[in-house]
Design a protein around this ligand. Sequence first.
Ligand SMILES: *Cc1c(COP(=O)(O)O)cnc(C)c1O
Length: 367
Amino acid sequence: MNIPFFDYPKLYQENSEEYLAILQKTLSKGSFIMQSELEEFEENLAKYLGCKHAIGVADGTVAITFSLKAAGLMPGDEVIVCSHTFIATAAAVVHAGGIPVVCDCMPDSTIDLTSAEKLLTNKTRFLLPTQLNGRVCDMAAVTDFCNTYSLTLVEDSCQSLGAMFDGEYAGLFGVAGSFSFFPAKTLGAFGDAGAVVTNNDSVASHIRLLRNHGRSEDSKVKFFGYNGRLDNIQAAILNTKLSSYTDYILKRRSLAAQYNQILSTCSAIRLPPQPNINDTKHFDIFQNYEVAVPRREELRQHLSSKGIGTLVQWGGWMLHQFDDLNFRSHAPYAEKLSREMLLLPMSHLLELDQVTYIATSILEFYS
Ligand SMILES: *Cc1c(COP(=O)(O)O)cnc(C)c1O
């Protein structure tokens, strides 16, 4: 077998005729920027999440930046972020004018509020938790924390479209939530794409201005904005993929259950929480299937020799471990995890027998 970590060509090949027809239709009428396809996608995304506003933007990083700006971030505000996240989370804070402050993560990879509490100063204004790997943080605790310390909540929910905590979707707990449609994300475009979601009308209007040079509908410029629009073609493609999205998630959950079932017999490996329909708190969508393993590099070589691709998230560096960025944080759990974490192939394009092959190859290595 040959199982790449992520099969990019298959993302197109799985449904190429339909995608070509959409491109043909959209391109031939010259609908490139901010046309009906974008509006339709925004409506359907808002409908899917049951929220008031979904606003297509250029990518997930821009989505976070705009969310923070629209939520009222002022220059110099400190924003607490979790160490186990993409650099984009912290970059968005900096681009919005804030100062990212990095706290530790917990064994399920979500934010450690005890660690966050120690970092509070009189400049702390925001909490920006990452809904990592398709799992939502304990949002009851996060919301309490924000209320107690008067922090504004904005979510980096880029990895968690459709994931839930206590029956509510990721992205809708705070002022705004951000999504990325990078090709390898659960809802993958054919290039860069993203969205902001919110139930707040004025935040939504502000983001619509931010993404389009600060220009209102009568062409008056209200403030200096950005070119941060979602391409119409990408919106057209995303719109058709969105109609199958529930199936993508169910497929991912069944693959995760298969991994868990086989790998749970090996005590050397730490597994993510398994998808459990009786768990009313968490509905995970498995953007990633991340395990913690001993002898990681040897295992990767063993899997590679069997045709299986794996990936170490963030190249193995937690947010505060990039020396050139001068974070002076300490996040012991994240640091330990950085040496053990490993992503196994996970995608709706994968088949059950492929997961069985990967999981049994791992057991073989540790036996
Ligand atoms: C993908 C991702 C983003 C945003 O990525 P873009 O490439 O800008 O769309 C932000 N945060 C996390 C955790 C991500 O995984």
